[in-house]
Design a protein around this ligand. Structure first.
Ligand code: IMP
Length: 425
């Protein structure tokens, strides 16, 4: 067993990039297994800030980088990201793309926008990158897979079958696209990607059989899981460790550790229920201090207190073995800090997320209030150096979520991460 998984355990944007980057240095290969360019990872490498949406952040560590079959890949966005990295002197020749991942074509982006418009004020607030519509085609068994895409004849054949079906559902597509226009543009992208495409499941099995260290890099967050998130305000994949087997093509026994990334508070982008959301100046202060604006869409993130019900749900789904607690410094300066330990629904305390949005919107957070700390903690290098109220806050979180904090972060730089327990592959 030599697989470690890093997953977002809230609604995404927990700071996975930083932890992945740290663990990637010890790994031989870094794998993404779900989602597409709806993700946004910010990484500081060699003093420069990089924003990646699609390519695993392990690209900076110089190891093998794998984009698994569970992903949906926009070829144009992929090649733009490759160019962006190459222009900065980063080698991208070690990227491998699964022959089974599904290809996002321009009409998927259009359908995403049409669907959001049709939903009116019930829209999901998607990233409009065509993610959902591409997964729909996958499960309707009309999608185009990477292995087909890079075979020119087959790509055209599949496009001729699929596109007219989409036009029947969305007639407005015909105003912008035709089989010919898509084919002419995208066959060039296919040529450029072809040398990178292979059976990544087989490759990974080989690595794991040889006990090579493989890091699985989650995108988004577990609360956006298609089954266990706040459905329908979710993404269309399984972002947690529960998505690794299906999205990377390996079995569960290869996974040794699953590290959940959480913030010291909670954020969410897009629409959907958010029980601990703050609508006051405390929420605004957290947003400003935490620079809570989206990497992909620049949208202001919604902010709220820490929610143990949400993180417990993520722990269950991913069998989390450790927690990395990010942005702890953002909470310095509050008189008191609230933690949501349960929800109250119809007069009863509950510890799991209800399955319907209607009920999640009705729950009342049951808060515990703890004394805050006033000290600046951005220079702290150990748990013992933290103010005692901050230590108590961490210990209480661990109790409530039944999982140890193995790492915490007090600022954006690499040296502002404190490791309490080394993660072994
Ligand atoms: P989609 O993934 O673009 O279909 O968007 C579905 C939902 O997931 C929306 O609420 C998005 O804001 C959210 N979402 C998708 N990717 C991310 C991410 O990387 N971080 C945070 N939220 C995301």
């Amino acid at each position: 067993m030599a697989g470690v998984v890093v997953v977002g355990s809230m609604w995404g944007d927990e700071g996975k990039g930083k932890v992945t980057d740290y663990l990637a240095q010890k790994a031989d290969a870094v794998v993404r297994y779900a989602g597409g360019n709806n993700a946004g990872h910010t990484i500081v490498y060699d003093g420069k800030k990089f924003a990646l949406k699609l390519i695993p952040s392990g690209i900076f560590s110089g190891h093998e980088v794998i984009m698994g079959n569970g992903m949906v890949v926009n070829p144009k966005a992929f090649l733009e990201e490759v160019r962006y990295l190459n222009d900065a002197g980063i080698d991208t020749s070690r990227i491998k793309v699964s022959d089974r991942c599904h290809v996002i074509l321009p009409y998927h982006l259009e359908i995403d926008a049409i669907q959001e418009k049709r939903k009116g004020d019930k829209n999901i607030g998607t990233t409009k990158k065509g993610i959902g519509p591409t997964y729909v085609d996958k499960y309707s068994r009309i999608g185009i897979r990477m292995g087909e895409f890079i075979d020119e004849e087959l790509f055209l054949e599949r496009l001729k079958e699929t596109f007219p079906m989409k036009v029947m559902e969305y007639p407005e597509l015909e105003e912008k696209y035709s089989v010919e226009s898509i084919f002419e543009e995208y066959k060039e992208y296919a040529k450029a990607i072809k040398p990178l495409v292979c059976d990544t499941g087989m490759l990974l099995d080989e690595y794991l059989q040889q006990d090579r260290k493989v890091l699985f890099e989650g995108a988004q967050g577990a609360m956006l899981d298609i089954d266990y998130g706040t459905y329908p305000f979710v993404t269309s994949s399984h972002p947690g460790a529960n998505g690794v087997c299906e999205g990377a093509g390996i079995g569960p026994l290869y996974i040794k550790e699953a590290i959940g990334i959480i913030k010291a508070y909670t954020t969410r982008v897009g629409s959907g229920p958010f029980p601990t959301e703050l609508f006051d100046e405390v929420g605004d202060l957290i947003r400003e201090r935490g620079h809570e604006y989206g990497t992909v869409t620049q949208r202001a993130r919604r902010t709220g207190w820490f929610d143990a019900v949400v993180v417990n749900q993520s722990r269950r789904m991913s069998s989390l073995t450790g927690i990395s607690l990010m942005l702890l410094d953002v909470l310095s300066g509050f008189e008191t800090i609230k933690i949501c330990k349960a929800y109250r629904l119809d007069g009863k305390e509950i510890y799991g997320l209800p399955s319907t949005v209607k009920d999640i919107e009705r729950v009342e957070p049951v808060y515990e209030e703890m004394p805050g700390w006033q000290e600046d903690i951005t220079h702290v290098q150990s748990f013992e150096e933290l103010p005692v109220h901050c230590q108590n806050y961490i210990r209480r979180i661990e109790e409530l979520i039944h999982c140890p904090v193995v790492m915490f972060s007090v600022g954006p730089d690499r040296n502002q991460t404190v490791v309490l327990k080394d993660i072994q592959f």
